[in-house]
Design a protein around this ligand. Structure first.
Ligand SMILES: [Zn+2]
Length: 198
């Protein structure tokens, strides 16, 4: 966990406090109640298939410049997850696609080699609705649809992307976690629930 000396809500110097069985940085100010539970981030990415080919983008920036992966990025703190992945796919590839189901999530603890944040990365399957692959040539160097056979001959295709594409090719649409728009919390702003299909 990174060092945090002052409360990010009210700038009071933090103290150490026993909470939930371990010492945490906490704000002693009346009525504030801030406790630093750690640094967390959420990433998302999308598998978009066109026939038996999957959409890949080539990273232009470090880390991993030159490597190919499914399009994705970080979820904004005030952005619904399913909207974030549709936005990232469009921004990085020029392809408009809508969420169908969740293929996987990957949890990675923060620390050396993993960056400072403990990260949850959610991989969706999306259905393409329009657009042609294009990119800015900067953050994204190249973009296109590729078959698994073509990926075998490409350098540096990210392992997790390839794993998710293989799942998407094997598992029919709608067999992953589905958005439940009628379940508990459905009317709550900012709430998105995904569950196993019936
Ligand atoms: Zn405070």
């Amino acid at each position: 966990m990174g060092l945090m000396n002052y409360c990010p809500r009210c700038a009071t110097p933090l103290i150490s406090k026993l909470d939930g069985g371990r010492e945490r940085s906490a704000c002693p100010a009346d009525g504030c109640g801030f406790i630093h539970f750690g640094d967390f981030s959420i990433g998302c990415a999308g598998v978009v298939l066109r026939d038996d080919r999957a959409l890949l983008v080539q990273r232009g920036w470090q880390p991993f410049a030159g490597s190919w992966q499914i399009p994705g990025g970080y979820v904004e703190h005030d952005e619904p997850l399913a909207e974030a992945v549709e936005r990232e796919v469009l921004e990085e590839s020029g392809v408009t696609a809508v969420v169908r189901d969740v293929l996987a999530f990957r949890h990675l603890l923060g620390g050396a080699g993993a960056g400072p944040s403990t990260n949850m990365y959610v991989v969706f399957r999306l259905e393409m609705v329009g657009g042609d692959p294009k990119c800015d040539g900067d953050e994204i160097r190249d973009v296109g649809f590729f078959s698994l056979q073509e990926m075998e001959r490409m350098e540096a295709v990210q392992g997790l992307s390839k794993w998710a594409i293989e799942k998407a090719l094997l598992v029919p649409h709608g067999r992953g976690l589905l958005r439940d728009q009628l379940g508990p919390g459905a009317t709550r702003p900012g709430w998105q629930l995904f569950g196993v299909p019936h």
